[in-house]
Design a protein around this ligand. Structure first.
Ligand SMILES: Nc1nc2c(ncn2[C@@H]2O[C@H](COP(=O)(O)OP(=O)(O)OP(=O)(O)O)[C@@H](O)[C@H]2O)c(=O)[nH]1
Ligand SMILES: [Mg+2]
Length: 365
């Protein structure tokens, strides 16, 4: 099917949904139509990526302890921010699409190396290839965290960006729905725990699953309150779920009353000016924390703690993970003494599966 026909079909199915009133009797039908749209949009995404090809400058090697990507409309100040946070020299200018490829930079913070990727601006239609959107979105997919940068004079952009990301299968600020699909040779679709469905019937769920091309399977939900959208996402299976940080740029152009208004409306946002440097320290700190980076200091036996260079760990890493990173052999269940926030008392001897906190000191026996 060519691209235009897919688009026409999506349009037709959308019209059909708007023309049908939603109630118990039509729930199943509408559920199927929603699944059909999701399937068609997926086909459209595939077409777009084939058409635009690879494109030079879009393959970037991940580096450092974690990777952050700056995502936003053209001209919101992504490149200016990258240049402020790292030693990169990404071109900046007033006109849109100044940046045409991926420009990486490395930010050093608390001993961690945080890779920051500057990419071309996203616009409406990016998910189907507008403005090199396909390539940009494929770079965004591999990041550990998205910085959603919006201009302080047009904060409404958030919704548009979030929508383009979602259309490209990138879900921000959501948890991946955990659904097990155990395919079978026959027997149709059975749902083990239908009580997990959020206010829709088991027959509707089955219709959705069938519409997405699965005919025989046992389905198990590992979470409660699964919405129709989450069910579709889980069955399609090609979504990525990324944490994000909302950052509002160019606050040097605002008066105090306007800043207060934005703060009230978006209490979770970080307000910055890449021009004056306002908010950048806070941004660095929150990036470090959101990326779940932690510093661990090593204390060689009988020697002082080496505070010069922390070992950077990520997430819920344990004593065993640290041992692995530094090539330390482990014998038995307890190998390390700990000082710091994760220790019950200074110098506690802990098990190998002990989870470490930021700034803990570890000394192997
Ligand atoms: N006043 C003010 N201007 C800024 C700030 N950050 C960037 N600008 C200006 O905004 C314009 C666009 O900045 P860029 O950094 O090129 O924006 P971009 O998001 O990388 O744009 P594209 O690469 O086209 O997507 C430039 O003229 C910058 O000087 C800021 O914090 N305050
Ligand atoms: Mg740029």
């Amino acid at each position: 099917m060519d691209e235009q026909r897919i688009k026409d079909q999506i349009e037709a199915v959308k019209n059909e949904i708007s023309a049908t009133s939603y109630h118990k009797g039509t729930e199943h039908y509408i559920g199927r139509l929603r699944a059909k749209i999701a399937r068609l949009e997926d086909q459209l995404l595939d077409k777009g990526s084939k058409k635009s090809g690879g494109g030079s400058g879009y393959a970037v090697a991940k580096g450092g302890d974690a990777t952050v990507v700056l995502v936003g409309f053209p001209s919101v100040g992504k490149s200016t921010l990258l240049n402020q946070l790292t030693k990169a020299k990404s071109k900046t200018a007033q006109y849109p699409f100044t940046t045409l490829t991926v420009v990486p930079g490395m930010m050093n913070y608390r001993g961690a190396k945080i890779q920051i990727l500057d990419v071309p601006g996203l616009i409406t239609g990016a998910s189907v290839g507008r403005g090199r959107g396909k390539e940009v979105l494929s770079v965004i997919r591999v990041a550990d965290l998205i910085v959603l940068l919006v201009d302080s004079d047009n904060v409404k952009q958030i919704q548009i960006i979030a929508k383009e990301l979602a259309l490209a299968g990138i879900k921000i600020g959501q948890k991946a729905p955990r659904v097990i699909v155990d395919k079978k040779p026959k027997g149709g679709i059975s749902i083990k725990n239908p009580q997990a469905l959020e206010g829709f019937a088991v027959e509707t769920a089955k219709g959705i699953i069938e519409e997405l091309g699965i005919k025989n399977a046992e389905i198990i939900f590992k979470d409660n309150q699964i919405s129709q959208e989450e069910l579709i996402d889980a069955i399609l299976g090609n979504r990525v779920y990324l944490p994000y940080l909302l950052v509002i740029s160019k606050i040097d152009t605002l008066k105090k009353v306007q800043i207060d208004k934005i703060k009230k409306k978006f209490p979770e946002a970080i307000l910055v000016s890449a021009l004056t440097g306002q908010g950048l320290d806070q941004l660095k700190k929150i990036l470090f924390e959101k990326l779940t980076l932690k510093r661990v200091y090593l204390k060689p036996q009988g020697a002082r703690v080496d505070f010069s260079e922390p070992l950077i760990i990520k997430g819920w890493e344990t004593v065993a993970d640290v041992a692995f990173r530094i090539g330390q052999a482990l014998e038995g269940k307890k190998n390390a003494y700990i000082w710091g926030k994760s220790a019950k008392f200074p110098g506690q001897l802990v098990a190998n599966d002990h989870i470490l906190f930021d700034k803990d000191i570890v000394s192997f026996r």
